[in-house]
Write a protein that binds this ligand. Structure first.
Ligand code: TYD
Ligand code: MG
Length: 458
């Protein structure tokens, strides 16, 4: 059966008639006409192409549901502690994971490293690549010294051929590198197109759920940073992991943006080196390495990334503007938050920033999401404006409100402990936090307002 559909090349929205603006993502001129051959349906409306589960169609009382032989609540360690942490304690059987990241960031490398510890005769892994040949993978595996029993390789892009191999090998884990190269032959559209990516993912979902095989899909990321193909892909999978990191730096961060089996705040920090990815044992020291000492515009804060406190250096730079409207640039934090903090600094502490271009940068390339970093951002900008350095042994933590007040942050003690471990000797906290916080041998100062904070530091 053949029909044409208009599909948004940004979000995958489908419509039968052409529209100038996609009603789902509101972007103009993104709808493209595609001829779609629908999957021929068997009687009963079930799609012929999909492996079907036999026993999932009748409602069952939740209390009567028992765990099968392959219990899905049992997690298996990937052998990479940093990855286990992000997954919430290990790989869940029968789950579908999506690993996204820029080209060359190390996705294929990570797949092989997962195989190093996990693959065995009792736990066979099928590595399917639509991008590289067996020789290429073998070369990389040799370099990484990955040579376990029970690791099978298949260079294939056709879903049905992959399904056949899955049936013969019965892998406990299926690795697909990448979902954009996979193709369902019933569809006429090209691999990587929205329809193909979505249908292939649906196919792998079935494999995961019916066969209790964990499936890890590699997804390419577009220039805008989204996983190429429809956003709907993220809804279909159990867990979405993103590989982050600047190409020029060797560190890499894995972050879960969605996780049905664990927290989404955990991060794993790695370094890419000669022997592939190695975990960074002390990320705070790594993030602070090379910090300028005695230079105005640098402040250190502590951000909680899941269960892990991480010290980060915030840098601020202000310089006279040569244009009517001053520039504001935020690197590693939300732009609107930065503009808001600058307005608070101007209004509540009297800093005349309207004639200055201002830049904020979070050193190390990590992105700050937590408002607890506000006070350090304000301090960094003020320090550069006044051309006075902040004492490098100070940790600055606090959320800033629109009235210029410093608001309490959660878990101040964990932040202080991490700073003490890194040799910091003093800490400025919101007044509300100071009262009941143990000091870990640090000098702890409380500030209720940014005026007080800046008075203490500068
Ligand atoms: P790769 O895993 O192929 O990236 P992706 O699959 O995400 O596109 O990683 C390729 C990059 O990693 C490449 O630039 C070389 C680098 N690399 C190392 O630095 N050391 C190593 O041991 C390996 C295997 C790769
Ligand atoms: Mg690759």
């Amino acid at each position: 059966m053949k029909k044409t559909l208009f599909i948004c090349n940004q979000c995958g929205y489908e419509t039968a008639k052409w529209l100038g603006r996609c009603t789902a993502c509101n972007q103009f001129n993104t709808l493209e006409e595609k001829a779609v051959r629908t999957i021929p349906a068997k009687s009963g409306g079930k799609s012929a192409a999909f492996p079907q589960s036999k026993d999932t169609n009748t409602p069952t009382l939740l209390r009567d549901i028992s765990f099968g032989a392959n219990r899905t609540d049992v997690r298996k360690s990937t052998g990479i502690a940093e990855l286990d942490r992000v997954l919430g304690g290990g790989l869940v059987g029968g789950s579908l994971l999506l690993l996204g990241g820029d080209p060359g960031i190390g996705k294929s490398t990570l797949l092989l490293q997962i195989c190093r510890h996990m693959a065995s005769e009792a736990f066979p892994i099928l590595y399917v690549s639509g991008e590289e040949s067996g020789e290429q993978i073998k070369l990389r595996a040799q370099r990484l010294e990955v040579n376990p029993n029970g690791l099978y390789f298949l260079a294939e892009t056709d879903i049905h051929a992959i399904q056949k191999s899955v049936e013969t090998i019965k892998p406990a884990l299926l690795l697909i590198d990448s979902i954009q190269t996979m193709r369902l032959s019933e569809l006429s559209s090209l691999p990587g197109s929205v329809t193909q990516v979505r249908e292939c993912t649906a196919f792998f979902t079935q494999i995961a759920k019916v066969r209790q095989t964990a499936v890890l899909l590699v997804g390419h990321v577009t220039k805008e940073g989204a996983i190429a193909g429809p956003r709907v892909l993220e809804h279909m999978v159990d867990c979405v992991l993103y590989f982050e990191g600047e190409g020029r730096d060797s560190y890499r961060i894995i972050r879960a943006v969605k996780n049905r089996f664990g927290s989404t705040h955990e991060i794993g920090v790695f370094e890419m080196g000669e022997k592939g990815l190695t975990a960074i044992a002390d990320p705070s020291a790594y993030m602070l390495a090379g910090r300028p000492v005695g230079v105005p515009g640098s402040a250190v804060t502590c951000s909680l990334e899941g269960s892990r406190p991480l010290l980060l250096e915030v840098q601020g730079l202000v310089s006279h503007t040569h244009f009517g409207t001053p520039r504001r640039t935020a690197n590693g934090m939300d732009y609107n938050r930065m503009v808001m903090l600058m307005a608070v600094l101007e209004k509540r502490a009297g800093y005349k920033l309207a004639t200055y271009d201002s830049y904020v940068n979070v050193a190390g390339g990590l992105r700050i999401e937590e408002p607890a970093a506000d006070a350090a951002i304000i301090a960094a900008i003020a320090s550069c404006y006044k051309n006075k350095p902040i004492d490098p042994s100070y940790l600055i933590v606090g959320e800033v409100g629109l009235a210029g007040e410093l608001r309490a942050v959660n878990q101040p003690e964990r932040r202080i402990t991490e700073a003490a471990r890194q040799g910091f000797t003093a800490c400025v906290l919101p007044q509300a936090n100071k009262k009941n916080t143990k000091t870990q041998g640090m000098r702890v100062f409380g500030a209720a307002h940014i005026g007080e904070l800046l008075g203490l530091l500068l």
